[in-house]
Design a protein around this ligand. Sequence first.
Ligand SMILES: Cc1cc2nc3c(=O)[nH]c(=O)nc-3n(C[C@H](O)[C@H](O)[C@H](O)COP(=O)(O)OP(=O)(O)OC[C@H]3O[C@@H](n4cnc5c(N)ncnc54)[C@H](O)[C@@H]3O)c2cc1C
Length: 494
Amino acid sequence: MDNRVIKNLVILGGGTAGWMTAALMVKVLGKGIGITLVESDKIGTVGVGEATIPPIINFNQALGLNEKEFLKATKGTIKLGIQFENWFQQGDSYMHAFGNIGKNFPFCDFHHFWVKSRQSGGTSSFWEYSLNYQAAMHNRFAPLAQIKGTNLPGISYAYHFDAGLYAQYLRQYSESKGVKRIEGTVDQVNVNPESGFVESLQLDDGIEVHGDLFVDCTGMAALLIQKTLGAGFEDWSHWLQCDRAQAVPSAAVKPVVPYTRSIAHAAGWQWRIPLQHRTGNGIVYSSRHWNDEQARDVLMANLDGEALAEPKLISFRTGRRREAWKKNVVAIGLSSGFLEPLESTSIHLIQSAATRLIKSFPHRGIKHTEVAEFNRQTQVEFERIRDFIILHYKANKRSDSNFWRECATMRVPDSLQEKIELFRSTGKVFRDFDDLFTEVAWQQVMIGQGIMPEDYHTIADSLSETQMADLLESLKTLVDGTVKSLPDHEQFFS
Ligand SMILES: Cc1cc2nc3c(=O)[nH]c(=O)nc-3n(C[C@H](O)[C@H](O)[C@H](O)COP(=O)(O)OP(=O)(O)OC[C@H]3O[C@@H](n4cnc5c(N)ncnc54)[C@H](O)[C@@H]3O)c2cc1C
């Protein structure tokens, strides 16, 4: 396709995507290539995105960041899961807690034992056996690789942080390692008429920035990948109908809880993300069902502290870029597509795309096969996450609004429908290759949203009634005892 040696990498955009990409690239490939990042203060960043999922810990570790310093710099807190309120039906709540639940047996996950106990008249909640859930409810946290005296996994966690501060922190990191930053707005993109490759970016102050490979981190503008190269967009808004958000910070409240709250309303849902210095709030909604004023009123009436600014309106379209890599441009961040912020997956998709680009780095020229493989992996990753998010909307029993009724009756992708049917009839759920979400994540959302298995694995019958009662009791005692031994969550960052 092109045999040009890649010596100069240009990242266009200095939001979370731009600086995460720059930081990882300079850390891993910095000695071999020159990295320039262009960002426009005039345009600014989307300015949201504060909740993450556990793989962010690997990202920070790969950069060699010190966790305490990172939390201080970004005013970060710990996240043990997401509490979904009013999703299945009003007044109901469950958590997608990170980490394990109970104790998996060879060939048979723990939930089969729990389902059997429920069918035999047991009343315990699935989450009584989740260390993450119980720690979250008691505001406790400490890093814990394993539950003491057992081989059971300990706590799995992620962070809430101020995205603007995180980008600044990574900027300092990247510049100190040699990334060159240029402030300016791209007025024109120069493309080679024969190859169709981007050659340079023309900035408003006359500077021209040349590169061999360009990373488009321009957010929803998608200046290089779409406006210049027309890579196309697969629209998923018929499944994920929300297309607008309003975000507003509010004064911090005590205690600072170690989980995100996602509260469903008549035509969308609201997030609450507790940081050290403030709470991040926002409402995500369908503009077909609510106008901006209605959404704003619901958001402002449901803050738990004083609003610190006017709400900021953001429009979006859910879907994915058809080709995340086209010619010599790779889209990372919102330019590559957007799924709902419901499961905090966007920052993870940045991490994963930057990692994928490093693994496929075309140092001796860009090959068709490499581009095709990159795009295939990106597509699979987006589709798996898409299905998981649609599940939250589809599996609802709310009848209070057209929005929820339409979600409940919509036709969903076959891949998701098959998963739901298999779980409902057998209790079985399998993690697809490359699925970000584990079996226990799928179990929690399905059970939490009313999809109770009608059957369980036959291995669960290998325990007598007494053995089953002992198993459940001992796991509960273990979880409760471990939670009691943990310090208050806030001690970790104060
Ligand atoms: C409502 C909402 C809530 C979200 N919540 C979460 C969450 O909780 N967790 C999560 O993981 N993700 C979340 N996200 C996603 C998250 O915000 C983004 O993934 C993340 O901020 C990355 O954005 P970005 O860097 O791609 O784009 P942006 O932040 O928009 O950055 C774009 C950059 O490109 C530059 N630029 C654009 N055009 C030009 C030009 N012509 N010349 C020069 N520079 C230019 C801009 O100046 C800016 O620096 C949320 C998104 C939305 C919309």
